[in-house]
Design a protein around this ligand. Sequence first.
Ligand code: MN
Length: 193
Amino acid sequence: MRYELPALPYSYEELEPVISAEIMRLHHDIHHAGYVKGANTALEKLEKARKGEMQINTREVLRDLSFNVNGHVLHSIFWPNMKSREENNKPGSNIGDAIDKNFGSFEAFKKEFSAAAKSVEGSGWATLSKDKDGNLFVLGIEKHNLMHIAGYEPILVLDVWEHAYYLQYKNKRADYVEQWWSIVNWEDVDRRY
Ligand code: MN
C-alpha cells in the first residue's frame, strides 16, 4: 500500500462544539479512508496495466488518481490544521506577518479566504497556499483537484464538502466557515509556511 490513512492528531471530540465528534468519525474513518483506498486502487491498476495484466481506461484511471490522491493529501493537511476552540484565535509569528504583507491585514485575508470557501461551486476546498518564493495565495478548489495551481503548496485548508458540515450546519455553509476560524491551529500553519 502506497498511501495510508493517518491517525487523527486528537480525539474525535476535540473540535466540539464547532465540529461534532459524529462528523469527525464519519469524515476521517469513512471519507478520508475512501480516498486512500481509491488512490491505492488507481496505482494498482496502473501497475497491472504496465505488466500487461489488465486493460485500463487510462483517462479514467488518471482522473481517479488525481481525485483520490488530492483528497488524501488535502485531508492529511486539514486534520492537523485544526485544534480545540479558542476565543480570538489569530496567527502569530512568521505566518501572521506574511499574511499582513500579502493581504494587507488579517481581516482582509480572512474575508478573502471565507469568500473563497463560501463560493466554491458544489464540493471543494478553500486553501491558503504558498509558491516557491513564499508568496501567499487564496485558492478555491472544486472537488479535490480542479482549479488547483501546480507548484502552489497548501498550508491551510478548509473542507467545504457537505460531508464536512451538513450533519451539524445543514445548508448553512457560511455559519460553518465563520465558526471554523476559532479552531485553526496557527502553529501548524506557521510550521508549514
Ligand atoms: Mn472531506
